[in-house]
Design a protein around this ligand. Structure first.
Ligand code: AMP
Ligand code: ZN
Length: 136
């Protein structure tokens, strides 16, 4: 049996509150929701993160995320929604199977609405642009 919790959900070895599935993607309710209706979208084929997920699986995850997001919005009456995806521990990833969070948001729900930004120093933005371009 797979040691990955989400693979076990895909295999039906552990239960989940399924919402929607296609041949390659599954959507189910998060067991410990930030707000009610918090949903996870996963590729059925195991991938750890954005860095190794199959491109076709990723496209399907995006399509399913948008479809299910509309349903979650209607069902919860939420005022907004965060679509989040964490990669590796330092970024808050706990389950090492690629997943997209749909988090319904409500006025005055007390959660973060923005992260503080800090401007680039002189010339640093162009330096960063060039550094990234070398790898695309
Ligand atoms: P992350 O921190 O991005 O890795 O998020 C992992 C999410 O998976 C958390 O929000 C957990 O509450 C959720 N989770 C963990 N185990 C299960 C499970 N068996 N069924 C549904 N959601 C789960
Ligand atoms: Zn897995």
């Amino acid at each position: 049996m797979s040691s990955c919790v989400f693979c076990q959900i895909v295999e039906g070895k552990i239960p989940s509150a399924k919402l929607y599935e296609t041949d390659s993607v599954l959507a189910f309710l998060d067991i410990n929701p930030i707000n009610p209706g918090h949903t996870l979208i996963i590729p059925k084929r195991h991938a750890t993160s954005i860095f190794d997920v199959d491109e076709e699986d990723l496209k399907e995850c995006a399509v399913v995320a948008a479809k299910v997001a509309r349903a979650v919005r209607k069902a919860t009456g939420c005022d907004g929604m965060n679509v989040l995806q964490n990669n590796f521990r330092v970024a808050g990833q706990i389950i090492d199977h690629f997943h997209i969070h749909l988090i319904p948001r409500f006025e005055n729900d007390g959660f973060l609405t923005s992260w503080p930004g800090k401007p680039y120093g002189e010339g640093k933005m162009e330096e960063m642009r060039k550094a990234i371009l070398e790898h695309i």
